[in-house]
Every structure is written in C-alpha cells, then in structure tokens.
Design a protein around this ligand. Structure first.
Ligand SMILES: Nc1nc2c(c(=O)[nH]1)N[C@H]1C(S)=C(S)[C@@H](COP(=O)(O)O)O[C@H]1N2
Ligand SMILES: [Mo]
Length: 320
C-alpha cells in the first residue's frame, strides 16, 4: 500500500488480497474447519454490486423492521447529509452523481488475525442480503423511515477474527477531494471518521447497508457501502467506507473534532439530553406536513428493548 498522507492511503491493485485465496490458505492451516464455512453461506449475485442503483436479491427481515410506512424514494434520495458533497440537504443528490464507486476496495486493519485490502466483491460476497425498515433520526431533529438492504456488520467483522485487544472499531470514508468537492473546504476534518464500541458493532441491529428500496445505494446515500446503527443519531452511519480498523481505544471521530460538546462518541438517540443548539425531545418527520405536529422522540430511537442493555450502569448524560 502506498502512503499518501498520514491519514489517507492510496490502494494499488497489487495490494489486494483475494479473500477466497486468503481463506483457503487459512483453511489449510486451520485444518479446513470454520474458515471454509464462511465461503459456503453464499447467496448473492456478484454482478448486483457496483452498478448504479441495480436491482438486489434480498429477503425481508420483518422481525427487525418497524411497521411505520417508509418515506418516499424521492425524500430518501434528495434530503441527505453527506458533507463530502456539500452542506445543503440537496447538495449530495446534485453533486454525487458522477462519484465512482467501482472499483472499490476496503482495507481491514488493526487488532485482527486477518487484515489486508479486499475488493468490495470479496467483502460482500458471503453475506445474504436482508431488507430492514429502520428509523433514521438525525441529530438535527428530523427523522425518516428507510427500507435499507444490507447485512449485519458483525457477520462481516467476525470473518477477520478480531483479537481480544479489539475494543472499538474505527471506520473511514474515502478521501478524494477531486471527486468530493466538500473535501476541498475545511468544514470538517477529512476523511470522515466514525467509531463504535465492539459490542455495538457486533449487535444484530447494526447494518452494513448496500441498498435501499431494493436497489443498490444511490451515491448520495453512501454507495457502495455504509453503516446504519438505528438507535444512534444519523452521523454515526458513516458513508462510502474504505477502511475498517479494530482498535484498543475509542477513535477520535470527525464530529467530536467539530465539537466535542455537541457530538458525543455514543450518540444514542436520547430525548432527555439536548444538543446544545436544539432540543432532542421531539422530531420533524420528513414527508409529513411542515405545519403538522412534531413527534416525540423515543429513547434509543424506539430500539430500547433491543439495545438499552448495552449501556447498563452507564450515565447516559455523561456518555452522550
Ligand atoms: N462520510 C459521511 N457519512 C455521513 C455523513 C457525512 O457527511 N459524511 N453524514 C451523516 C449524517 S449527519 C446523517 S443524518 C446520515 C444521513 O444519511 P442519508 O443521507 O442516507 O439519509 O449520514 C451520515 N453519514
Ligand atoms: Mo445527521
């Protein structure tokens, strides 16, 4: 891998380890058990990825979906936050159209037995896709309901065999100011960095999204792969991921860099802890009348039954 600067790496094709090759080598070493099983999950059409909004094969996961009606495709793909393409809600859909997501590589590093740079295809191939209708709650106090298509992040992370030192996972978005005009301004520190505690990353609700409304992700929604953590504010859902690193300490996130008192590391949706500049007690649902009533915001965005246990004994005012 060629270093470009301390924080960004340029991936050259010769650095890419085909995942199957790696696994078959490991399978021999490990006596053929376990690792070989990873490959047999199978189930998605290789050609489905990397195209612009192509159809995806998936099953619906009703158990992990909300029953509220989803927002329109129009709302979900034109009202976006993706500062790499500008700070207005309409900027990403206008400025991300020519963004190239093929070829795409993801580098896995840090405290894990398996590390290296893998093609998107190798990253995604073993994971059958599910549709999950999740609520998205932005820290700016608006919300949407989105039919995401993806698979559990934990299933992906386990393939790399994180070590006992892996207490957190750090994620980075592509750094490419030529393609991402927002990165030519210093509105945020680039590349965009996010992080999760390892148990949050492994939680079955935490999703790697590769599509929405049954099609591959539009660029403005974070193509080709992004995170969705439905009980957290939207900024945790990092888009267009190129790096996943297992680390011992909580990474310094981009938004904490922009204002540590405004954007906490946990960022669990919490109606009783206000953002310094606006209340978090209620939310405006995108698509509903601007003059209609605001909705009360639910603790953990409505997912408390599934995730509150991750934070037992923690002061959620301090760890906001
Ligand atoms: N790389 C990157 N990821 C990002 C952002 C961003 O600016 N850059 N914005 C975040 C914020 S604040 C929100 S609310 C969600 C919005 O996702 P959506 O546009 O798909 O609704 O993306 C998150 N992921
Ligand atoms: Mo957000």
């Amino acid at each position: 891998m060629r270093k470009r600067s301390a924080d960004s790496v340029e991936i050259v094709p010769s650095d890419i380890t085909p995942f199957e090759k790696y696994l078959s080598r490991r399978a021999v070493l490990a006596g053929g058990i376990g690792l070989a099983a990873v490959q047999s999950i199978g189930g998605f059409a290789r050609s489905a990825y990397g195209q612009s909004t192509g159809a995806l094969a998936y099953t619906r996961n009703a158990e992990l979906s909300v029953t509220e009606p989803a927002n329109s495709y129009q709302d979900i793909t034109t009202y976006n936050n993706f500062y790499e393409f500008g700070t207005d809600k309409s900027d990403p859909s206008e400025h991300a159209q020519k963004f190239r997501t093929q070829p795409w590589n993801v580098t896995i590093g840090g405290e894990a037995e398996v590390t290296g740079t893998f093609s998107l295809e190798d990253i995604l191939k073993p994971h059958p896709l599910q549709e999950r209708i999740y609520r998205l709650r932005c820290v700016e106090a608006w919300s949407m309901v989105v039919p995401w298509v993806g698979f559990p992040l934990g299933d992906l992370l386990m393939r790399f065999k994180p070590t006992s030192k892996a207490k957190f996972v750090e994620f980075k978005t592509l750094y490419d100011p030529k393609q991402m005009p927002g990165q030519r301004s210093s509105v945020l520190e680039w590349p965009y960095v996010e992080g999760l505690r390892i148990d949050e990353a492994m939680h079955p609700l935490t999703l790697v999204a590769v599509g929405l409304y049954g099609k591959t992700l539009p660029n403005q929604n974070g193509a080709p792969l992004r995170l969705i953590i439905p009980w957290k504010y939207g900024f945790k859902g990092i888009k267009s991921i190129v790096s996943i690193k297992f680390v011992e300490r909580a990474p310094r996130t981009t938004w904490a860099g922009a204002g540590a008192n405004e954007y906490g590391f946990f960022a669990n949706v919490n109606p009783s802890v206000d953002h310094p500049r606006w209340s978090q007690a209620t939310e405006r649902h995108i698509g509903a009348s601007a003059f209609g009533p605001r909705r009360p915001t639910l603790p953990f965005n409505g997912y408390a039954a599934q995730v509150a246990g991750l934070y037992t004994g923690m002061d959620l005012r301090k760890f906001f």
